[in-house]
Design a protein around this ligand. Structure first.
Ligand SMILES: Nc1ncnc2c1ncn2[C@@H]1O[C@H](COP(=O)(O)OP(=O)(O)OP(=O)(O)O)[C@@H](O)[C@H]1O
Length: 342
C-alpha cells in the first residue's frame, strides 16, 4: 500500500550537511500497524514528516495507493493529505476550542456541511470514548483524553493512514496502555493502516505487527515484531529488545545464582508461547539423566503471541547434557549455551 524508494532528506548545515534520512526503502501493507523505532536523532520525525509531505524529500519516491505523493502538485497534495491523519506527542489541540470544536476543525476545512459535521463529530466522540466531555476545553482534560481528541480529529476525514509521532511518550504507563488499546481497536474496526514512530520498545511489542529499526537515517533491520524479538541481528536492535526483556536487577541476581554452581552449564532458552517451556523442561528431566534448575525467566506478550526467555542450569555427564541440548533444539525452543560455569 505504501511504497518507499530511495527516500533521502539532507538538511544543509555547516561544516557538514545532515543526512537525516538516507536512501530508505520500505513497503508497508494495507491494514497493518507498522512501527519505526530509533534513538534520538535517528531520523524518525523527519521520515514521518516526509510521509505526509510536511517536509519535501531531497530525492526518492513515496507511493500511497498507487499515487506518487512526491511528485504531486500542491492542489492535489492538499486533497491527498486528507487521506493521511496524524497525531502528535503534545497533542497540538486548539486551546480556545472545545473537544467538539477541535474534532470539527478538519471537517470545516474540508468544507463538510454543518449537519453532516455534527453527526460525524458525535460518531468520533463515541469511537474514542469521550462521551460526556464534548464541551470541555483541552485545559480541562487529562493527557489521555487530550490524545483521544487528537485521534478523533485525525480520523475526522476518514483517512487511509494514521501517522503517530511519539503519540504516547508524554503519557503515564496506564494511560499509554489505554491509548495503545484504542489504536488497536481503530486498526481492527476501520482496517486503518497505522505507522507509528517511537523510541520505546514496549510500544512496538504491544501493538505493532512489523517493525523497522532506524539508525543514522537508515533502516538497520526490519521484520515481524516477534521475529525481531527472537532474533535481533544488529547491535541497535539488541539494545532495544533488552529494553523490554532485560532487567539490571535480574542480571545481577542471575550472576549471584551462577556463582553457586561449580559445574554444569547455564543455558538461555528462547521460546514462543507460554506453555512450551514448561513442557520442554519436564521432558528433559524425565528423558535424560540431568538435573535442571530454573534460574529465572520472563514471558512477554506481543500482538502475535507470547515470547519468553528462560535461564536454566543443567548438570550431569557431558554427553547427557549434550543429548538434552539436542533434544531441546529439536523442539521449537532455541537454546543459547550462555555461560559455562565449570
Ligand atoms: N529542520 C531541520 N534542520 C536541520 N537539521 C534537522 C532538521 N530536522 C532534523 N534535523 C536533523 O536531522 C537528524 C534527524 O532528526 P530527527 O528529528 O528526524 O530524528 P528523530 O529520530 O526523530 O529524533 P528525536 O526523537 O530526538 O526527534 C538530526 O541530526 C537532526 O538534528
Amino acid at each position: 500500500m505504501i511504497s518507499i524508494r530511495g527516500l533521502t532528506k539532507v538538511f544543509p548545515a555547516k561544516p557538514n550537511n545532515i543526512m537525516a534520512v538516507d536512501n530508505l526503502d520500505l513497503e508497508i501493507n494495507k491494514g497493518e500497524i507498522f512501527g519505526v523505532i530509533g534513538y534520538s536523532g535517528a531520523g524518525k520525525s523527519t521520515f514521518i514528516r516526509l510521509l505526509n509531505r510536511l517536509e519535501d524529500p531531497t530525492s526518492g519516491q513515496i507511493t500511497i495507493d498507487e499515487h506518487d505523493i512526491t511528485s504531486m502538485p500542491k492542489q492535489q497534495l492538499r486533497r491527498s493529505r486528507q487521506e493521511i491523519g496524524m497525531i502528535f506527542q503534545h497533542f497540538n489541540l486548539l486551546w480556545s476550542r472545545t473537544v467538539r470544536e477541535n474534532i470539527a476543525f478538519p471537517l470545516e476545512i474540508a468544507g463538510v456541511p454543518k449537519r453532516k459535521r455534527l453527526e460525524r463529530v458525535d460518531e468520533l466522540i463515541e469511537l474514542v470514548g469521550l462521551s460526556g466531555r464534548e464541551d470541555a476545553y483541552p485545559a480541562q482534560l487529562s493527557g489521555g483524553q487530550k490524545q483521544r481528541v487528537g485521534i478523533a480529529r485525525a480520523l475526522a476525514n476518514n483517512p487511509k493512514v494514521l501517522l503517530c509521532d511519539e503519540a504516547t511518550s508524554a503519557l503515564d504507563p496506564d494511560t499509554t496502555d489505554s491509548i495503545l488499546r484504542l489504536l488497536v481497536d481503530i486498526n481492527e474496526k476501520l482496517g486503518l493502516t497505522i505507522i507509528l514512530i517511537t523510541h520505546e520498545m514496549h510500544v512496538i511489542r504491544k501493538i505493532c505487527h512489523r517493525v523497522a529499526v532506524m539508525e543514522a537515517g537508515k533502516i538497520a533491520e526490519q521484520g515481524e515484531v516477534l521475529d525481531v524479538f527472537l532474533h535481533p541481528q544488529q547491535p541497535v536492535t539488541k539494545r532495544f529488545v533488552e529494553q523490554v526483556m532485560g532487567d539490571k536487577d535480574q542480571e545481577d541476581s542471575l550472576k549471584i545464582l551462577m556463582e553457586n554452581y561449580q559445574k554444569g552449564k547455564v543455558l538461555r532458552l528462547h521460546f514462543l508461547g507460554e506453555t512450551t517451556n514448561q513442557a520442554v523442561i519436564s521432558q528433559v528431566s524425565k528423558q535424560f539423566d540431568v538435573a535442571v534448575n530454573i534460574l529465572q525467566g520472563k514471558v512477554t506478550q506481543t500482538q502475535k503471541g507470547a515470547y519468553g526467555t528462560l535461564f536454566i542450569h543443567i548438570d550431569g555427564e557431558e554427553a547427557e547434557i549434550e543429548k538434552a541440548i539436542d533434544y531441546m533444539e529439536s523442539t521449537s525452543v532455541e537454546v543459547e549455551v550462555d555461560i559455562d560455569v565449570k
